[in-house]
Design a binder for this molecule. Structure first.
Ligand SMILES: C[S@@+](CC[C@H](N)C(=O)[O-])C[C@H]1O[C@@H](n2cnc3c(N)ncnc32)[C@H](O)[C@@H]1O
Length: 247
């Protein structure tokens, strides 16, 4: 990678980390029962996680404030949470009250675990912060036991374009979006890419796609969040993959 591109990536990584440090104190309260994470993406991802989980070691890559790790621990798994944002990692540690292990780390670097030490990996709405998935997915593959799995969610590649999005469907483009959560406003930048690019990256790292979920709001979610979820009905919003490390 040339110096200019490395510098741009460093700046992007820093601004992502700083934005999530600011969001950390309000992340659980604004997402756990929120329409998109709480009622759409997390149920879909959890529905694809292979059972039973008791006694399994599962890494949550980009663990945020620990919702997934808390759920994994409640299923009897031993969670390991990794996140770029130190403030998120601290929230996750507090939330899980002694269950699991938490590490500040960048998914662009090798995972901080031994080879073939994980039964599974969950990764909710994180990989789009990385332009190049090669090193990350190869590190996932080598950290998993043979036959290990990854449950991974992303914005749906066929979803509506974001305001100001340049380029067409087939371009891998950096897009930005502004959110206000619990009074904290951030502008995040992340990558959009076509479906073939995602599937190729999984295959290149030695994964096969075992299942795909394209969640739609449940009746309960529509009753609780009718205005927020109305634009999602009939529209691809999130995509969740269950990947299996090829033998
Ligand atoms: C949309 S949030 C999702 C958090 C959590 N998975 C959840 O579902 O609540 C994205 C998370 O990815 C983390 N993240 C972004 N880029 C990362 C990177 N390069 N390495 C590790 N974590 C990263 C952020 O700090 C943030 O906590």
């Amino acid at each position: 990678m040339d110096d200019r591109r490395a510098g741009t990536e460093d700046r992007h990584r820093r601004s992502t980390r700083d934005a999530y440090d600011r969001l950390a104190p309000v992340w659980s309260e604004t997402t756990d029962a929120g329409p998109f994470n709480g009622f759409l993406e997390r149920p879909a991802l959890r529905s694809l996680v292979p059972r039973p989980l008791a006694g399994k070691t599962v890494l949550d890559a980009g663990c945020g404030s620990g919702a997934q790790c808390e759920w994994l621990a409640a299923q009897g798994a031993h969670p390991v949470g990794v996140d770029l944002s130190p403030a998120m990692v601290e929230e996750a540690r507090l939330r899980c009250r002694g269950a699991g292990r938490f590490v500040v780390g960048d998914l662009a670097d090798p995972l901080p675990v031994a080879l073939s030490s994980l039964d599974g990996i969950t990764c909710s709405l994180v990989l789009h912060y990385l332009e190049d998935w090669g090193a990350t997915l190869r590190s996932f593959a080598t950290a998993l036991v043979p036959g290990g799995w990854v449950a991974l969610s992303l914005d749906h590649p066929f979803g509506p374009p974001l305001p100001g999005q340049r380029g067409g469907y087939f371009d891998t483009t950096l897009v930005s979006d502004t959110w206000v959560k619990g009074g904290v406003e951030v502008t995040q930048q992340f990558w959009r890419r076509p479906l073939s690019s995602a599937i190729d990256a999984f295959a290149d790292a030695g994964f096969v796609v075992e299942r795909v979920a394209e969640p739609q709001p449940s009746a309960e979610a529509m009753a609780l969040h009718p205005a927020a979820l109305a634009p999602v009905v009939g529209v691809p919003w999130f995509i969740v993959y269950l990947l299996r490390r090829a033998p």
